[in-house]
Design a protein around this ligand. Sequence first.
Ligand code: HEC
Length: 126
Amino acid sequence: MKIKVALMGLVASLSFSSVAVAEDAEAMMQAAGKDIFTKCSACHSLDTSKNAFGPSLIGVVGREAASLPRFAYSDALRNSGITWTEENLRQWIAGNDQFVPGTRMRHVEITDKAEQDYLIAYLKTL
Ligand code: HEC
C-alpha cells in the first residue's frame, strides 16, 4: 500500500525535475523497506534503550557484527568477524543461517534484489 502511494509520487514527479525524482526514489525505497521491516520488527525493536529478542538495529549499517554490549549473541556471530556492510547485509537477509551457520536468528530469506535494496535503504535511516 505504502509502496503504491510512493510509486504514484514518483511517477507524478517525473514530469518535474530529475532532482525530485532522485529524492523521491530514495524516499520510495525507504518506505518500501519500512514495509519489509515488519518481517523483522517482531524481534528487532527500534527502541535503542532495549534489546528485544534480537539486538537493536539502530545504526547497524557499518557496525561490527555482534558488537552491542548487552545482547547475548551466538558464538557463531560473535566469531564471524563480519562488518555490516551493504553487501554483507544483503547476504544475511538472503539466508542468514547459510551466511553465518550457527546463528541464533531464525531463518530469513529475502532473495529479491529490489526487496534487499529497499530493506537496506531503510536500515540506513535507523
Ligand atoms: C525470530 C526473531 C528474528 C527475526 C524475525 C529477525 N531477526 Fe535478526 N536477529 C535475531 C537474533 C536472535 C539475532 C542475534 C543472532 C546471533 O546472535 O546469532 C539477530 C541478529 C541480526 C543482525 C546482526 C546484528 C548485530 O548486532 O550484529 C542483523 C543485521 C539482523 N538480525 C537483521 C534482521 C533483519 C533485517 C530481519 C528481517 C528481514 C531480521 N533480522 C529478522 C532475531 C530475529
